[in-house]
Design a protein around this ligand. Structure first.
Ligand code: 3HC
Ligand code: NAI
Length: 706
């Protein structure tokens, strides 16, 4: 073996007569400009060098290549372009083989498709996930993949963005063989040697015949177009993917490539691409809370859960699913049995859908223990309290935990609104107390607000982040305040929706406008799903401390007074006849709203959907900015991730803070000021927005690492 020149982020080594080209660009071997240059140079050199018979292309570290360097998108392009590099590889006159381990995604798979032969080892995962970033495979993927594996399979990969393992890749024809070991270098060398021994020709994907059955290809494209038009929910790139595959069928390869490029550039320029890539980086940035860098997580091998109601049971399922043993504490045997039944119901649902076996359920439940005595928590490493939302009850629970839990146990509360500093102050070990705010259903919803009270130790915060990872949740660090990040902001935009409803918009119009913006549900549908009684109880609790000058819309109270709590009672804002899951508008609710308008002396006016969304978003953005300004959220991106993962904010818009930048903070501020003219108590511009507008800066400028 001899060594050749070391390129930027790409190494070359000669193994007998095979040039091994290793992409070594941590963390994921993304195809930044240095890698692109060095790959082109390596192919050029291999072609020129008489001592080289073939090229083996591999990746260093845990992956082959994670794709194009996403950080370069939106910046001026630097040559060589990725399509040019792929073409250069394909044009090579000597065989080029890729051996794939770990991720070969997006541009990474496109490099592999441009090579002449492909081998994958068992841990390989291949995919064209560009659609998840608002893009399409833009380095020949839309032209080569259908030629290699047919239009139907290629469209499925590109439209779903899913990853396939080595075996499936072989079955699809994406790779030529699957290695017997995980040793990518030796598997690759063996493959190249076998090809050389067999004098296998250079074989170019552009000439592959996967589209030869034109009728079947056309049918697959039309089916994908119909399906995508129906389901793309306002997304831009999916239909462009279908267009690009159509070009693959109808145009010669090079013309198809040019067409793909045009479509790719349209996607690259779209605000959706910017929103989706913001979301990609933001969901990774939230993991970097300061405590996770400076402190080591405590070991957690067993967990206690207090309360087996909606949240306690969901949290227990999330913990059990992550393989942790759970001890549940309830008030009495009957409540404990109900808690256990709630958990079983989740697993029985999975069994009914064929997604779990009874044996698997039994195995999971061996990790569950129940007790009505706190003493059962003596050895728990972490306890999560999910009892009634009442400070006295919670402090009584924490007094018990203080009594029985071992030193070093983490004591967490799932409270939605209560002051966690006050809970911490009530025990002898405030440094161990933290908020773990799960969202309902807790075993499904991805968001976990990690609420950090003043006295908590850094290693407890680090433990919360480590637990989130184990539970496959997305943790966001939040400070203590009424509602933390999410529910605090929700209270404000929900109030804005109530104001509009009382001023003349129907709840059905508001819900529709919000859905059309991209949320899966509008605020009144959410209320019907969650149960109107929960908010009603909170409003009653707060009635005494409510600002008498603040506008208070009573429509929700009138609805609750009738026992209309939403889906569970068959009616709320909507009617749900015979247990229906989607509601139908209710004339009685409309009449009740009319009566409330009259009582409040309001002459209803018309709202356009556009005005509804401007007000709704302005309220959300303004409070989001307050939350950042007061240090409740570390950065604007933490607010974005909270809304993406806990409140159904449309991902392609990146989150409310990203959205604010995209429409222009100056415009948002102008709206808020205009609304403030008629309702100055409710609409107070956030000092942060005012300051950023004065400086001509964006919210994104505050997204530096925490
Ligand atoms: N470009 C730039 N940075 C990237 C990147 C990329 N394509 N992929 C990952 N990173 C960064 C992450 O931001 C993270 O940075 P950080 O440590 O500073 O936070 C770091 O690499 C590690 O990423 P993960 O934490 O996600 O690492 P994992 O080991 O969990 O996962 C992975 C690795 C499966 C490769 C995952 O990172 C991933 O899915 N990456 C994106 C894959 C993708 O979408 N590729 C398509 C890109 S678009 C394209 O190729 C266009 C082309 O068609 C022209
Ligand atoms: P729930 O009423 O469904 O369940 C509460 C459970 O706690 C009941 O089973 C009750 O028997 C038990 N309990 C009460 N006092 C107890 C005690 N002293 N010891 C042991 N068990 C006791 O309430 P839910 O909805 O599960 O809420 C629990 C907590 O989670 C509240 O703090 C709530 O604010 C919070 N939360 C609720 C969300 C939701 O959507 N329901 C979302 C996020 C947080």
């Amino acid at each position: 073996m001899t060594s050749g020149p070391t390129g930027h982020a790409v190494r070359r080594e000669l193994h007998n007569r095979i040039l091994v080209v290793t992409v070594d660009n941590p963390p994921v071997n993304a195809l930044g400009v240095a890698v692109r240059c060095a790959l082109s140079d390596a192919i050029e050199a291999a072609e020129q060098d008489a001592s080289v018979d073939a090229v083996l292309l591999i990746g260093a570290g845990r992956n082959f290549i994670g794709g194009a360097d996403i950080k370069e998108f939106g910046k001026p392009p630097l040559p060589p372009s990725l399509p040019a590099v792929c073409n250069r590889i394909e044009a090579c006159r000597k065989p080029v083989v890729t051996a794939i381990h770990g991720a070969a995604l997006g541009g990474g798979l496109e490099i592999a498709l441009a090579a002449h032969y492909r081998v994958a080892v068992a841990n390989a995962k291949l995919g064209l996930p560009e659609v998840t970033l608002g893009l399409l495979p833009g380095a020949g993927g839309t032209q080569r993949a259908p030629r290699l594996i047919g239009a139907k399979a290629a469209l499925d990969l590109m439209l779903s963005g899913r990853h396939v393992g080595a075996r499936e890749a072989l079955a699809l024809g994406l790779v030529d063989r699957v290695g017997e070991t995980d040793d990518v270098l030796n598997e690759g060398l063996a493959c190249v040697q076998a090809l050389l021994d067999a004098k296998a020709p250079v074989r170019r994907t552009r000439e592959a015949d996967g589209l030869a059955d034109r009728m079947a290809s056309r049918a697959a494209i039309e089916a994908a177009r119909a399906e995508t038009s129906k389901n793309a929910r306002g997304l831009f790139s999916p239909l462009k993917i279908v267009d690009a595959v159509q070009a693959a069928l109808e145009l010669p390869f090079d013309d198809g490539l040019r067409h793909e490029r045009q479509l790719f550039l349209q996607c690259l320029d779209s605000p959706q691409r910017a929103g989706l890539i913001h979301a990609f980086f933001a969901e990774r940035e939230v993991l970097k809370a300061p405590e996770t860098r400076h402190a080591k997580a405590r070991a957690v091998t067993s967990v206690g859960v207090i309360g087996g109601g909606t949240m306690g049971a969901g949290i227990a399922v999330a913990l059990l699913d992550a393989g942790l043993p759970v001890t549940m504490i309830e008030r009495d045997d009957a409540s404990l049995a109900r808690g256990r039944a709630h958990i079983e119901k989740v697993y029985d649902g999975l069994i009914a859908k064929g997604r779990m076996t009874s044996e698997a359920k039994a195995a999971v439940l061996t990790r569950w223990n129940g007790s009505t005595s706190y003493d059962a928590l003596a050895s728990a490493d972490l306890v999560i309290e999910a009892v009634f939302e009442d400070m006295t009850v919670k402090q009584a629970v924490f007094a018990e935990l203080d009594r029985v839990c071992k030193r070093g146990a983490v004591l967490a509360t799932n409270t939605s609104y209560l002051d966690i500093d006050a809970i911490a102050a009530s025990v002898s070990r405030p440094g161990d107390v933290i908020g773990l705010h799960f969202f309902s259903p807790a075993n499904i919803m991805k968001l976990l607000e990690v609420v950090v009270p003043a006295q908590v130790s850094a290693d407890v915060v680090a433990t919360a982040f480590a637990l989130a990872k184990r539970l496959r949740k997305v943790p966001v660090r939040a400070g203590v305040c009424d509602g933390f990040i999410g529910n605090r902001v929700l209270a404000i935009y929900r109030a804005a929706a109530d104001h509009m409803m009382e001023d003349g918009a129907s709840p059905y119009q508001i819900d529709r406008a919000v859905r059309e913006f991209g949320f899966p549900m509008g605020p009144f549908q959410v209320s019907d799903l969650a149960g109107g009684d929960i908010g009603w109880a909170t409003r009653k609790r707060r009635a005494a401390t409510r600002d008498p000058n603040a506008r208070y819309v009573q429509i929700a109270d009138r609805i609750c007074e009738r026992g209309w709590f939403g889906q569970k009672t068959g009616r709320g804002y909507y009617l749900y006849p015979d247990g229906a899951r989607t509601g139908t508008p209710d004339h009685e609710v409309e009449a009740l709203i009319d009566a409330e308008r009259e009582r409040a002396n309001i002459t209803p006016r018309a709202f356009s959907d556009e005005e509804i969304m401007r007000r709704y978003m302005a309220a959300m953005i303004n409070e989001g900015a307050n939350v950042v300004h007061q240090g409740i959220a570390l950065r604007p991106l933490d607010v974005d991730v909270t809304f993406l993962y806990g409140y159904g904010f449309p991902r392609h818009r990146g989150g409310p803070m990203k959205y604010a930048d995209s429409v222009g903070l100056v415009n948002v501020l102008a709206d808020i000021r205009a609304f403030a003219k008629e309702a100055p108590v409710f609409w107070k511009p956030s000092p942060l927005i005012v300051e950023l507008v004065e400086r001509g800066a964006t919210l994104a400028s505050l997204n530096h690492s925490a």
